[in-house]
Write a protein that binds this ligand. Sequence first.
Ligand code: AKB
Length: 321
Amino acid sequence: MPKVLIIGACGQIGSELTFKLKEIHGSENVVASDINYNNLDVVNSGIFEIVDAQDYSSVRDCVEKHDIDTVYLMAAMLSATGEKYPMRAWDLNMTSLFHVLNLAKDGFIDHVFWPSSIAVFGPTTPATETPQHTTMEPTTVYGITKQVGERWCEYYHNKYGVDVRSLRYPGLISWKTKPGGGTTDYAVEIYHQAVQGNPFECFLSEHTELPMMFMEDAINATVNIMKAPSETIKIRSSYNLAAMSFTPLDISEVIKTHIPDFKITYNPDFRQHIADSWPKSIDDSSARADWNWHHEYDLEKMTTEMISQLRKQYQDSEINS
Ligand code: AKB
């Protein structure tokens, strides 16, 4: 059994990944870590360590203490927060990646997963069915860190033989843990407001189309790329990954088929500019061909699941309050 460390386990992706990896490898083989105790479900679910992803000794000590061979580095500052704190985004996103890549280069660990994003693309990238290999001139700090990170991942693989694998996640939609600081976060918050019977004011305009994915698909993609035989992973920068694309208007129309009274208004802010620089849809044929990626959820299926799970969550929290 691999011994796995998740850095950033309290976050939106890290929390669900932690539970999935526990199912696969057994709770005793999975160490969840974060810089704080922000997600008590994760903290109380098994082995948990406080790890500062920007502190090399903190990461290395945890790796050595638990005899870790695989690290999933999920700690990052996302696009919208990154525009407010550019240097902090650069420091967190790059320093943590170098620490983990260097641990692999120096033989402390064998395998690395690192998330990239559709934010690697920019306004000069073809916006529709964006190819795997294309013009990439990101205009956000977050996008710059992801693009530079991809180059370093490929470099460490080619130069030092590091087994690093990566996915360019689109906007991720989940009901268990809310995202924080992203441009695609509206597509999670909209469900929370709709289920509570509230109107929703969207910070993007009604026709802003972006690539999106249900969390269950994203977790399966992550697990499957890490499980795939090394020779099938032909791209060591990061793979395009896609499931669906929609606009705020599209998602609100599908929500209305479940909650007819739901109301949406639009008040675009600085995040509109970020969204306008990103692709509308992604060509992920390399991932599909190389390691058999396929998605399960479209907008309708995801909406049914989100509404039913969030209804249960809000009913349970009322009962317990
Ligand atoms: C963000 O909106 O910043 C993230 C992303 C697309 O990487 N969800």
